[in-house]
Design a protein. Sequence first.
Length: 368
Amino acid sequence: MDFWKTAGKVHQGLKIAQGVKKANGLPSAEIAMSGFFDRRLSTVPSFLEGLYGHIQKSRDDLPRLAKRKTFHFPSGENTLQGYYYPAKNPKALVLCCHGLNGMADDNFSLCIDALLRRNYAVVALDLSASGRSSGLRISGLHQGALDVNALERYIANSRELSEMPLLLLGHSWGAYSVSASTYFDQTPLAVCALSGFSCPIDVMLSIPAKAVGGGIVQITEPAMREALEKRAGPYYNLAADEAIERAVNTDFFIIHGSLDTTIVIELASLWRKFQHQSIERIWTYMDTGKRHMDIWLTRQAASLFEEVVARGKPLVKEYGKNLNKWPKNVLQGYLGSFDKEKINTVDEELFDQIDSFYEKALKRHEAK
C-alpha cells in the first residue's frame, strides 16, 4: 500500500478544491476524497513498466505460481478476478489479499509462494479497481472487506474450495480487508494481518502533511466522516478492530513493522489496538527494523531494496515512469547494478511464525 503515491492524488484533488468549494475556509473533504478514490488503483501494464515491476520479484519470477486456475466472481457492480493455487493434501486454504495500488501478481506473490511451500492451498484476488478486476473507482477503503466477503461466498459455493478449512492473510489495505471482513463472516478459523490499519478514518487522518502539501490533515474528522458516509454509505468507517472483537471464534495474528511510516503505528495501526491485550486467540508481533513494503523480506534484503529504489528515483525523474522507454544503456546499467535475488529474499522465519500460528489455530478448532 503506497500511501505516498495515493497522497499525491489527494493533493491533486485539493488543488482542484481550492477556490471551487470550501468548508469552514478549508478545501472540501468531498473533493479530497474524490482525489483519493476516484481512479484505477492499479493495472498490470503500469506495474510491469514501472520501477517496482523491474526490481521486485513478481509471479513471473516464481515457477511454483505458474500453474493456477483463474475464476471470476461479482462484488457489488464489479467483476473481480480470482486465482486458485492448489496443493497436494493441503493443511488448509489461505485467502490472500494484496494492498492498495497493488495486485495479486506483484511482489505480494512472494507471500503466496511462501504459503505454497508450507503446503497450504491458496486463493488470491485482485480487489476492485485493481489488477485484472473491473472498476474505475472505489467508494472507500471498506470496499476491500466487501470484496473479501464476496470471495468467501464464492468459496462457500465451490465444492472443491469449501472442503478445506479457511484461513486469511492480507497486507496493508489487504490486512485491513481480511480483518474487517470478519464483521460479515466468521467462517475463517484464523486471520494473519501484515501492516494493517484499524479503520478508514484513522488512516486517512494519519497521512503525513508533507505528502499532501499540508492538505488532508487540515480536514477535520467530522468533515471527513460526512464526506465518506455520503459517498460510501453505512460501512464507510468499518472498523477492523471491532470486527476482531466480534469474531470470537476466529484467531488473529497482527504483525507490524517498527519502522513503518506508511501506516503510522501510534495513529492508525491495527497492532496498536491490541498491543496490551491478553486474549488467547489474538497474537501480536512487532517486527523490529521492518518498514511497510518490506515486511515479508529479510532485514538485509529490505535495506538493499531501499538502496536500489533510492538509486532508481532520480532516473525515473529524468527518463520517466515507464522504464521500457528509457535508453537501453541506462536501463541495462541500472538493472545490472543489483542482484534481484538478494533484494527479494523472503523472511522465512516470519512465515514459519505464521505457519505455527495457523497450525495452532487449526488444532484448537479441531479440538472443539
